[in-house]
Design a protein around this ligand. Sequence first.
Ligand SMILES: NC(=O)C1=CN([C@@H]2O[C@H](COP(=O)(O)OP(=O)(O)OC[C@H]3O[C@@H](n4cnc5c(N)ncnc54)[C@H](OP(=O)(O)O)[C@@H]3O)[C@@H](O)[C@H]2O)C=CC1
Ligand SMILES: O=C(O)C1=N[C@H](C(=O)O)C[C@H](O)C1
Length: 266
Amino acid sequence: MEKIKIVIAGPRGRMGKEAVKLVNETEHFQLIAVIDHKNDGMNLSDLEGFSGIVAPIYSNLEECFNQNQADVLIDLTTPEVGMYHARTALNYGIRPVVGTTGFTKEDLQELNNLCEEKGLGCIIAPNFAIGAILMMKFSQMAAKYFQDVEIIELHHDQKLDAPSGTAVKTVQMISEVRDSKQQGHPQEKETIQGARGANIEGMHVHSVRLPGLIAHQQVMFGADGQTLTIRHDSYNRASFMSGVKVAVESVMKLNLFVYGLENILE
Ligand SMILES: NC(=O)C1=CN([C@@H]2O[C@H](COP(=O)(O)OP(=O)(O)OC[C@H]3O[C@@H](n4cnc5c(N)ncnc54)[C@H](OP(=O)(O)O)[C@@H]3O)[C@@H](O)[C@H]2O)C=CC1
Ligand SMILES: O=C(O)C1=N[C@H](C(=O)O)C[C@H](O)C1
């Protein structure tokens, strides 16, 4: 089997480190380069924690793509950088697998259009953990029976974006099946701004940031005399890696834009 040639952007990050390990340890994957804005011109093997993992470091994505024939770009950086990387990859005929969160609806639309134009696959996965995908699917199922819902997402305190990409995706999946509803008392008033969290498509999303946490979400449904809570917890970043592997394998067979891993899992 021919190896899938992979470039990883953000290799020193919490997720990037795990992704480097995954690619390095997967027989049919080959890490051909990394994008790191701080160590241009060095080799990954020279950096602490990457001993023996040989891959040239580029700060410039175009230069990297001009000098290396890649199949897939895995992006685990920040929303602005991730969007630029995904767009550039598609323009070079390279398939992006993006775990970076914080993209706007307009960003997603632009990438969708670019995939159509180029006839290429691209996967944007707000959450790679299989358990989180199930948590979202189960929440979508429950929303058919429970109209009232609130989402509490809890993350480590180094996270840049709020609400999390997973919470935004959960809202989107629930709104596909839920009749829109004004929740709470019609005259409800926040006496302190933000008390009711963010309101996305009529659903309230509460973002908790604390050291000690990794990535967690609970979706709470309420009805007369009962509540239902669906919760997922990631206790380490390795929990995301089987999803990254599936996404890389799948994107090679795709020629369209996919937002959410639930669309490619059987
Ligand atoms: N889809 C999923 O399942 C998951 C998604 N995420 C998302 O992945 C993203 C990364 O998360 P996490 O690893 O925790 O974040 P980190 O801050 O640990 O990592 C981000 C990395 O990107 C690097 N970076 C920033 N700008 C550039 C650039 N221009 N070129 C190359 N690298 C750059 C940073 O380097 P430096 O620090 O030196 O600036 C850093 O090493 C976030 O958007 C997060 O929400 C996280 C977990 C799971
Ligand atoms: O930043 C994180 O850590 C995570 N980000 C993703 C998100 O925003 O949903 C996925 C996971 O929750 C971890």
